[in-house]
Design a protein around this ligand. Sequence first.
Ligand code: SAM
Length: 196
Amino acid sequence: MNHYFTNNENLKSEIRVLKYSYGEYNFIFNSDLGVFAKDKIDEGSKLLVETYFKYGKKDVKVLDAGCGYGFVGITLSKVMNVKVDFIDINNRALHLTKMNLKNNKVSGQVFLSNIYDNVNEKYDVIIVNPPIRAGKKVYMKFIEDAFNYLEVDGELWIVMRTNHGVKNIYKNLKITKKSEILSKNKGFYVILTKMS
Ligand SMILES: C[S@@+](CC[C@H](N)C(=O)[O-])C[C@H]1O[C@@H](n2cnc3c(N)ncnc32)[C@H](O)[C@@H]1O
């Protein structure tokens, strides 16, 4: 079975073009079979970036964790002037991210990583729409291990659905770190957790 997080070299390609606008900014994304949100930009991802546009830091170093075709990092890069690195386990997603960086005249490092295995730097911000379908072990690792890759004043930005247990995750994050729900829409929550 093909999932959006598996690599399947034999999967045919059917590129589609998705558009997104925010204020004066117009973006164009190539998508394909075998990647997350292939036909339509995900509502949760849109809520995540639009919340970041309102409350997020400009001019910082960001890791787009589980980047898919690069929607989150590319829009942030343009609107907030941040420097973004992109990671994913899916080679096709990484290839699309590279195409989309060019399409939108944005630069950034793109590399393969199983969760944070190949990440060797620290970031001011890690932003993630976790891969629910990859299972709890994987998506919880995306959240819990993020703190090892954040600067002392770093921030973790998460979007998740209520029916995927976001309320519990928020409750647990709040026990040890300053956390807040910044926005809610259509069953999605955006949580900001601060290192200090
Ligand atoms: C919910 S999607 C979000 C994609 C993109 N950020 C967006 O908002 O459109 C989660 C992404 O995590 C990736 N992923 C799944 N398991 C992974 C793993 N073990 N390591 C790295 N990335 C993984 C998937 O390939 C997918 O692109």
